[in-house]
Design a protein around this ligand. Structure first.
Ligand SMILES: O=C(O)C1=C[C@@H](OP(=O)(O)O)[C@@H](O)[C@H](O)C1
Ligand SMILES: C=C(OP(=O)(O)O)C(=O)O
Length: 446
């Protein structure tokens, strides 16, 4: 990945005037990964419009290509993928470099587990600290074998098996990556693979597997648990996919517009799948003015434009059950809470400790450095907001190879008295190339 070699890119973000205008965000990262993987398993040529061209997704593309799929970008900007058929992936000739991407790693570990091939996964310093035991456990039950670095980490080597054993697995952690890894393994296993998720997580895999023609059913129990059943040895047919804008990227201009006095911003083409839109609900609960216009369906996903008007926010104590629907948005939600009136209490967020960085610790340290009032808990943060006053500012913020940390503190800089200095903006390229250009378009940076 590009940013392994380049020198760090420090930057300072300073107080912005009111933000105005319209912002277009890049394609959804979760849907982009899945578009490439499922297209690469279909028989025939799929076409994907609006693919996120960020480093994480390009790592998935390179891996699928290394295993036999043909992938190319045409001159309209759409991507064309010729698949090899379920079960048809080839042994990659070299290690698969997953860069910074947990989604690429865990979903591909699933996919490869039910193919009779051996593959080594490597990644950057951040990814090499993240736990893979959560996918190694169920995939081992299906018959795959793993040699991992200590603690179940990368680099690791996987030996897949065909036929793999279909399993029924209850998720011990609310993770769409674990769910998806098992379902993708199940695609090439005989019989029914079943995943039970006590707490619902993003359901793009389920929607897209169905869209590609897999036999998949979802049953919701009275307690809200979901039982997902997939019939294996599936045949997937090629699709024309339109990827909606990423709500996790929309989060940054949305929070900036709420916090910078006098702002009014429209963010277009935002994916509003209920398993992803938790941040917007939370910000509304805090008193934020976010209106949805032009609500529509794009390729089986709800999409809308968000009209955001600067608002005075109140502290909140969000229900931890809502965490999966905004799991990647907590860093920027903490920035919003740091400027709200009163106290916010965030709990039940231990998963944040195993993302690209320990997002509880990284945010607590950074927030203190810019003058916010914060107390770190094992599973969350307590934040006492400024009541709308600008944050003092400061830095440098240590981003620890974490794109969401870099972007969250960039937004904090826009509503700070003295600016916020960030040690390295390179990680932003993993999920949001064009982030700075978008802020510039809204009048936020020179
Ligand atoms: O399935 C996915 O595309 C993702 C699931 C989430 O991870 P977990 O499954 O680890 O919660 C999320 O944090 C990640 O950015 C993308
Ligand atoms: C956690 C994230 O991604 P991944 O797990 O794919 O690295 C993220 O994008 O915030």
């Amino acid at each position: 990945m590009a940013h392994h070699a380049d020198p760090p890119q420090p930057a300072t973000f300073r107080a912005a005037p009111a933000l105005s205008g319209t912002a277009a965000i890049p394609g959804d990262k979760s849907i982009s990964h899945r578009s490439l993987m499922l297209s690469a398993l279909a028989v025939g040529e799929s076409r994907v419009e609006g693919l996120l061209e960020g480093e994480d997704v390009l790592a998935t593309a390179a891996a699928m290509q290394a295993m036999g799929a043909h992938i190319a970008r045409d001159d309209t900007g759409a991507w064309r993928i010729s698949g090899v058929g379920v079960g048809g992936l080839l042994q990659p000739a070299t290690a698969l470099d997953m860069g910074n991407s947990g989604t690429s790693t865990r979903l591909l570990m699933g996919l490869l587990s039910s193919h009779a091939l051996t593959a080594t996964f490597i990644g950057d310093a951040s990814l090499s600290k993240r736990p893979m035991g959560r996918v190694i456990d169920p995939l081992s039950l299906m018959g795959a074998e793993f040699t991992a670095s200590p603690g179940g980490r990368l680099p690791l080597t996987l030996r897949g098996i065909c036929p793999a054993v279909p399993i029924e697995y209850r998720l011990p952690v609310a993770s769409a990556q674990v769910k998806s890894a098992i379902l993708l393994a199940g695609l090439n296993a005989p019989g029914i693979t079943r995943v039970i998720e006590p707490i619902p997580t993003r359901d793009h895999s389920e929607r897209m597997l169905r869209g590609f023609g897999a036999d998949l059913t979802v049953e919701t129990q009275v307690d809200g648990a979901r039982i997902i059943s997939l019939t294996g040895e599936a045949e997937l047919s090629p699709r024309h996919i339109i990827v909606p804008g990423d709500p996790s990227s929309a989060a940054f201009p949305v929070v900036a517009a709420l916090l910078a006095p006098g702002s009014k911003v429209t963010v277009t083409n935002v994916g509003l799948n209920p398993t992803r839109a938790g941040l917007f609900d939370l910000l509304r609960d805090m008193g934020g003015s976010i209106e949805v216009t032009n609500a529509r369906d794009v390729g089986g996903e709800p999409v809308g434009d968000l009209v955001v008007t600067a608002s005075t926010l109140r502290g909140v104590e969000p229900d931890p059950a809502r965490a999966p629907s905004m799991i990647d948005e907590y860093p920027v939600a903490f920035i919003a809470a740091a400027m709200a009136q009163g106290r916010s209490i965030f709990r039940g967020l231990e998963e944040l400790r195993v993302k690209e960085s320990d997002r509880i610790a990284t945010m607590a340290t950074g927030l203190r450095l810019i003058g916010a009032q914060v107390e770190e808990l094992e599973d969350g943060l307590i934040i006492d907001g400024t009541g709308g006053d600008p944050l003092p500012g400061g830095g440098p913020i240590a981003t620890k190879l974490d794109h969401r940390i870099a972007m969250s503190f960039a937004i904090a800089g826009l509503v700070s008295r003295n600016g916020v200095e960030i040690d390295d903006m390179r990680p932003v390229a993993t999920s949001f190339p064009g982030f700075i250009g978008l802020l510039r378009g809204l009048g936020a940076v020179a």
